[in-house]
Ligand binder design. Structure first.
Ligand SMILES: Nc1ncnc2c1ncn2[C@@H]1O[C@H](COP(=O)(O)OP(=O)(O)OP(=O)(O)O)[C@@H](O)[C@H]1O
Length: 925
């Protein structure tokens, strides 16, 4: 770089800075009117023109100096030649040297070489030297004159420049006076400083001009300062660029924030719109629900479903609104945060601008100092530079802090914005999902509402039509019910008729069955040997049974085997239930209106009481019969109303005692009914109505108690008296536990015992006579011969049914009594068989005649002439009965087959072998 270029750069730097300073000052501080700006611009342009003019003049001066140097060089060569030539003829050269020195002093502005060039002027030719010398002198003079003219021109130009400078100064002063505003004082100062700079440049030019070889001893420092300043300025510009980039980033972030805010506003607007839509839909739904609330009860369950779902929708909407509120609150918080960040950004920008301003100020000061340093000393410059460095460091630190703060703020802002955006997005998504669910619910509710409305309309129509339909249905139902009732009534009548018909038929069948079995049936039961009887000598069992025939009993008596045939024989192991099974058909006949009489006959201790009463854990016929009657009556209860009454009577010594009465010793009498019906009755006889098994037990307990209070020894007393349980339903059932039938001679009784035995024999004899008369169908039946038969008259006559249970002891010691009881039972049963089988009876009698007791009875027994029974049923039955069942095989068939009856029909004539006299004698013996 040449000196001129260095000067040009040196000059241009402050000018550019000043221009920038002026412009920024104009823009940042004043900028109040266009006129001022135009004036300043005009001034700046003029300064620029002036600078350009100075540069052109400077370049012209350099060209002139180069020409001068070239010319001086030529002159030096010429002078060198002239000196060599003047070794012979030396000529004084004072004048040209003076002239050269003068020239050097006035013209050479740039260096020492020009002075030497000017002082060493060469002389070329020695001989023709005079001519050339003259010529060179003339040329030298001419050149000197040109130089002088040039210098004079330069001076003239300098003066002109000074004049122009003065004019410009005046112009500036004039402009200042014209403006007169304090706002332009700084610009004036700048212009003044610029003028100062120009003056200094001018002086520097002058100095360079006057001191061609003059050097500034501070040039190196200034150069270094210039470099440093350039570097600082470059750094400042770099920092400004970074600051501008940061500002741009901030603006971009701000734009993003604004965009986010706009998006959030749009989202909130959409949300509010959707909420409004939902609210309106919900309102519509609620109105529809309120309309549906008046629906009848039949559709309320559907309405409740809709209400529940509507409540859910409401709940979802409330949650969505609350969520929206929370989002808006968060948005407002984010906005507030954003505002704070923007405020901080503004503050940072403001502080940055202040720093920049301070930087500019410092720079201007630095430039001032530099300018001063150009003319001043190194110390001041160094001090100023150190201060500049300190400022720069502070500025860098402040800027670094500012940038770090800006960056952290920026990151914080970005983070907060991103978090808020993500949160807002997720919450918006949740809200949208909720809204979608609510919409879906509403969409599903709408068809339900439509269905509800349709159902409601249908129900409404049905409800409107309901009274008419109900009335019509009731009328039809009444008609149908009346019709059905009539049909049912007629059907019931028919059924009742058929039932009664069937009942009668059943009754007839049952009666026929009983009749076929025999109106007087004779069964035999053999009691087992008791535990206390096994030790005695005569405890041998003499009774055996036929395993193939349950109606035959074998008795071994004194080495002879006697065979007895009865209707049925119960062996020792027969249970109470089995015995009752055989008699229960007779018991149920009582319900059909038949009179029934069941006797237990046998010697004392043969088991009569056991069979009739039994023991508490295994009751006998009495209790079982009553239980059966209860069950039968209960089964017939809806259609038939039966009352069961019970009386208990004891006959002792031909005296009738009421066992259920208040006074057991009171004697009762048997009388004929005064109504002329021929019926007997017992005045004062107590009857208890029983309705349960408990009642029966109470009655039995009372009877036993009364029976026991009237005697000293109950066992003996019970053996010597007849006990009757009289049960009345439709018919009368007499259950009789007779007194012991043992022979009195065997017992050896005397006195009262004899009297008892006589009474017993009398009553048993009377019973035998009655049975014989009945079976023999005598016209007269001697019922009045004893209290027993008289009391049982209505139960032994007519179509009544009688069963005699002959009790037998299996002991050898009781053999004769057992034989007597069995013979009596067999004769009773044989009488019924009829006279056609008399030969058989003869054979049977002969078969049993081996028994001495029987033989004795047989001898005294007159023949019995059969007579028809007084009741038509009985007589017809007897007429149809056959006596063919003599053998066990035949008997079995007669029990199991009705064809037996047919066989009996072939033998209508039966003859009773025994009579009452025979019976009586037998008993008395
Ligand atoms: N089938 C039987 N099974 C078991 N024990 C029986 C049976 N029959 C009778 N007994 C017993 O034999 C004994 C005599 O019986 P029970 O008193 O019934 O005779 P009875 O004929 O009634 O006598 P009485 O004429 O003196 O009243 C009693 O102890 C009784 O328990």
């Amino acid at each position: 770089m040449s000196d001129g270029e260095e000067e040009s750069s040196f000059l241009s730097l402050p000018n550019s800075v000043l221009q920038r300073h002026c412009l920024t000052s104009d823009l940042s501080e004043t900028a109040t009117s266009e006129q001022q700006q135009l004036l300043i611009q005009t001034l700046q342009e003029r300064v620029c023109e002036f600078q350009a003019h100075l540069r052109s003049e400077d370049s012209a001066k350099r060209l002139l100096l180069q020409r001068l140097q070239t010319h001086n060089h030529q002159l030096n060569k010429d002078n060198h030649q002239n000196e060599e030539h003047s070794s012979i003829n030396q000529e004084p050269q004072e004048q040209p040297r003076l002239q050269d020195s003068q020239l050097n002093q006035t013209v050479s502005p740039t260096g020492g070489r020009s002075s030497s060039v000017l002082t060493q002027r060469p002389v070329d030719f020695p001989s023709a030297v005079q001519v050339s010398k003259v010529h060179s002198q003339e040329q030298l003079q001419k050149d000197e004159g040109e130089q002088l003219a040039l210098i004079a021109g330069l001076r003239t130009q300098v003066r002109e420049l000074e004049e122009k400078l003065v004019d410009q100064t005046q112009e500036v002063e004039r402009l200042c006076s014209e403006l007169g505003a304090t706002d332009l004082e700084k610009q004036l100062e700048v212009l003044e400083s610029e003028n100062q700079w120009l003056k200094q440049e001018l002086r520097a030019s002058q100095t360079q001009t006057t001191c061609s070889t003059g050097h500034c001893h501070h040039s190196q420092d200034v150069q270094a300062l210039r470099g440093e300043l350039c570097r600082k300025d470059e750094e400042c510009r770099e920092q400004e660029r970074r600051l501008a980039a940061l500002e741009q980033q901030v603006q971009e972030r701000t734009g993003v924030v604004v965009q986010l805010q706009q998006q959030l506003e749009v989202a909130s607007r959409l949300r509010s719109q959707s909420e409004e839509q939902l609210t309106s839909r919900l309102r519509d739904g609620e109105e529809a629900l309120s309309r549906q609330a008046a629906l009848p009860l039949q559709v309320k369950y559907v309405t409740k479903t809709v209400e529940v779902e509507s409540a859910q929708c409401k709940q979802a909407l409330m949650e969505a609104q609350a969520h929206n509120q929370a989002l808006q609150e968060q948005l407002s918080v984010q906005r507030q945060l954003l505002r704070e960040l923007e405020q901080q950004l503004h503050e940072s920008q403001r502080s940055s601008s202040q720093l920049r301003q301070q930087l500019r100020t410092d720079r201007s000061r630095l430039y001032g100092l530099l300018s001063k340093a150009v003319g001043g000393g190194n110390a001041e410059v160094t001090h100023r530079l150190s201060k500049i460095l300190v400022y720069e460091g502070e500025m860098e630190r402040a800027q670094g802090q500012l940038e770090a703060e800006m960056q952290s703020l920026e990151e914080e802002k970005n983070r907060v914005i991103e978090e808020a955006f993500i949160r807002a997005e997720s919450e918006m998504k949740a809200v949208h999902e909720n809204l979608a669910g609510v919409r879906m619910n509403l969409l599903t509710l709408q068809p339900a509402l439509r269905t509800l409305t349709c159902d409601y309309n249908c129900l409404k129509r049905q409800v409107q039509d309901f009274p008419y339909m109900l009335e019509k249905a009731i009328t039809e139902a009444k008609q149908e019910i009346c019709q059905v009732i009539g049909e049912v009534s007629s059907a019931n009548q028919e059924l009742l008729r058929k039932y009664k018909q069937e009942m009668n038929l059943r009754k007839k069948c049952h009666n026929e069955l009983v009749r076929l079995k025999g109106n007087i049936r004779v069964l035999c039961r053999v009691r087992p040997i008791c535990a206390g009887e096994t030790d005695a000598a005569d405890t041998k069992n003499i009774v055996t049974f036929d395993p193939d025939d349950d109606a035959v009993l074998y008795l071994s008596n004194k080495g002879k085997l006697m065979t007895f045939e009865l209707d049925k024989v119960f062996p020792t192991q027969a249970t109470q239930e089995e015995v009752f099974q055989e008699v229960q058909s007779l018991v149920t006949s009582c319900i059909d209106g038949f009179n029934v009489c069941i006797f237990a006959y046998g010697q004392t201790g043969s088991g009569k009481t056991y069979t009739m009463e039994g023991v508490s854990e295994d009751p006998g016929i009495n209790q079982r019969a009553l239980r059966l009657l209860f069950s039968e009556v209960s089964a017939k209860k809806p259609d038939w109303d039966y009352k069961i009454t019970v009386s208990m009577v004891e006959i002792y010594n031909e005296t009738l005692r009421n066992l259920l009465g208040d006074n057991p010793n009171e004697k009762l009498d048997i009388k004929m009914c005064p109504d002329g019906s021929g019926q007997l009755y017992v005045p004062g006889l107590t009857e208890f109505t029983v309705e349960s098994v408990e009642d029966i037990n109470k009655v039995f307990d009372l009877g036993h108690m009364n029976r026991a209070t009237a005697c000293t020894n109950l066992n003996e007393h019970s053996s010597r008296s007849h006990a009757l349980l009289i049960v009345t339903v439709a018919g009368k059932l007499n259950l009789v536990d007779l007194a012991g039938s043992e022979r009195i001679t065997k017992s050896g009784a005397e006195g009262s015992r004899l009297r008892e035995a006589q009474c017993i024999n009398k009553s048993l004899s009377a019973l035998g006579d009655v049975i014989n008369a009945l079976r023999s169908k005598h016209s007269h039946v001697p019922f009045r011969n004893s209290r027993l038969t008289y009391l049982l008259q209505d139960s032994l006559s007519g179509d009544s049914k009688t069963l005699m249970m002959v009790q037998v002891s299996p002991l050898e010691s009781n053999a004769s009594e057992s034989v007597c009881s069995l013979k009596f039972a067999q004769r009773v049963r044989t009488v019924e068989i009829g006279p056609s089988s008399s030969s058989r009876r003869q054979a049977e009698n002969s078969s049993t005649s081996s028994s001495p007791t029987h033989d004795s009875v047989e001898l005294d027994s007159p023949p019995v002439t059969p007579v028809p029974l007084p009741i038509s049923r009985a007589s017809s039955a007897s007429s149809t009965l056959s006596s063919t069942s003599k053998t066990p095989t035949t008997r079995r068939r007669s029990h199991s087959q009705l064809s037996t009856g047919e066989q009996r029909e072939k033998h209508p004539q039966f003859h009773c072998k025994t009579n009452s006299h025979m019976m009586q004698r037998y008993l008395l013996v």
